[in-house]
Design a protein around this ligand. Structure first.
Ligand code: KIV
Length: 275
């Protein structure tokens, strides 16, 4: 059965954990969906993981629509959430609604995600009023990396912790149906989770969040440019891929692949007439 915002609300109410993984293409989405993961996030982390940028700033609406639509075709049950890229919603409430609408219509999202707290509450309110479910994202918000001065844990001082709680209340009040907490101390994430009615989805925020999200290439050991402390590698797929690519390279060069069983036959008569 297709997972929806109701799945998220019920999970919070029943104390059941929610699962979310990123994907950026059809084949990966199909596998994640088949594994029973509740939600697939087409994160703007595609800028790092797929496009090779050093941050998410250059990711465009067209990138998100292109990859989002591919994921949506592969996800039969998981709720597909597509990230709103940098400057697609910060500029105005109008831009936010128009661009969220494009992610739904052209990307076939089930919901959109955007970064920020109090300052983007008007955008969240307007997008949800337009009938589009919103996941908020607070704590370390990578689109603001130039203001943070790097990938740093957020909410560690009293003022910063208060601000995080304010942001959490603001996005809930504005209508977000879930909120991602990124790189937040575990005890603070626990407190936010207890205070909110909507589910918290943690990444680097400890075990007490209502759910967890990871970048799929990180948890598969496929992305080695940078591995944050919170990532657990559930497989070493990167090494398996590297070995397979090496083997392919060797076998083709040695003439041991392809073999007869990998080739298509034709009657000798037909070939002889061509000589
Ligand atoms: O873009 C992304 O992958 C994200 C997750 C890290 C939550 O926003």
């Amino acid at each position: 059965m297709k997972k929806t915002v109701v799945t998220f609300a019920n999970a919070k109410q029943n104390g059941e954990k929610l699962t979310m993984l990123t994907a950026y293409d059809y084949s990966t989405a199909k596998l994640i969906d088949a594994a029973g993961v509740d939600s697939i996030l087409v994160g703007d982390s595609l800028g790092n993981v797929i496009l090779g940028y050093e941050d998410t700033i250059s990711v465009t609406m067209e990138d998100m629509i292109h990859h989002g639509a591919a994921v949506a075709r592969g996800a039969k049950e998981a709720l597909v959430v597509i990230d709103m890229p940098f400057m697609s919603y910060q500029t105005s409430v109008y831009d936010a609604v128009v661009n969220a609408g494009r992610l739904m219509k052209e990307g076939r999202a089930g919901a959109v995600k955007l970064e920020g707290g109090v300052e983007v509450a008007p955008q969240i309110k307007a997008i949800t009023a337009a009938g589009i479910p919103v996941v908020a994202h607070i704590g370390l918000t990578p689109q603001s990396i130039n203001c943070f001065g790097g990938f740093k844990v957020q909410g560690k001082t009293e003022d910063a912790a208060k601000k995080l709680l304010e942001d959490a209340y603001a996005v809930q009040e504005a209508g977000a149906f879930a909120v991602v907490l990124e790189c937040v101390p575990a005890k603070l994430a626990k407190l936010v989770t207890e205070k909110l009615d909507i589910p918290t989805i943690g990444i680097g925020a400890g075990a007490d969040c209502d759910g967890q999200v990871l970048v799929y290439a990180d948890m598969l050991g496929m992305f080695s440019d940078f591995t944050p402390k919170f990532v657990k590698r559930f497989a070493e797929t990167g090494n398996i891929m590297l070995e397979a690519f090496k083997k392919y390279n060797e076998e083709v060069k040695a003439g041991t692949y392809p073999k007869a069983e990998h080739t298509y036959a034709i009657d000798d008569d037909v070939i002889e007439k061509l000589y």
